[in-house]
Ligand binder design. Sequence first.
Ligand code: F6R
Length: 242
Amino acid sequence: MKIYKAKDYNDMSRKAAGIISAQIILKPDCVLGLATGSSPIGTYQNLVKWHQQGDLDFSQVTTINLDEYKGLPRDNDQSYYYFMNEHLFSKVNINKDRTFLPDGTEPDSAAACQKYNEIIHATGGADLQLLGLGHNGHIGFNEPSDAFEKETHCVTLSERTIQANTRFFTSEKDVPRQAYTMGIQTIMSARKILVVVSGEDKAAAVKAVCFGPVTPQVPGSILQFHQDAILVADEAALSQCS
Ligand code: F6R
């Protein structure tokens, strides 16, 4: 895994947006795998700015998102579709018919997962997959477990993840307990992977992911086996890696 040190969150976001922007320029009809959460917001802001300046064209881009809460419809302001629309899709010239997330309203988990796998396969998979990193080393909603899950599956969120996500909801009890997420095999099939991490609270996770043993107990550690994985992290997130 290549590690790029950024000064702070803004610098991390600019560098990450530069890498995504290069991908779109080199292959205008690329497939981008996208993430939600606090980490990529600044990256999306830069992409939106460069689009508005006329430097970035999303008209041929397809997107597949990592995950979606089970039970939340698209118009719920905590759904990941809503997040993507708010931070990127509504602000660039992307064709919304080519923006894909798991269907959170599908109560039948097997059907939701199968449908999303079919969509991912039909796109040909991600040219570039953007990832954030959870405090416990999760990627997507692949939580620490005894085995790496391959394709889209329904997960029960860990207590730590529920607590981390409570900040976006009115109270902890409103945080959905389950989500649909891309599996590790799908993430690893991306031609390029870009992880963005910021803040001292992620320093232990970054160290474990980059330098610890590869184990499903630290799901992001599998990225050590990817041939083109890039981690852009700020100084605080890299503070345990010297
Ligand atoms: C989001 C996702 C999660 C987040 C991770 C970090 O689509 O799949 O894995 O990337 O929980 O979240 P933030 O960036 O909010 O710290």
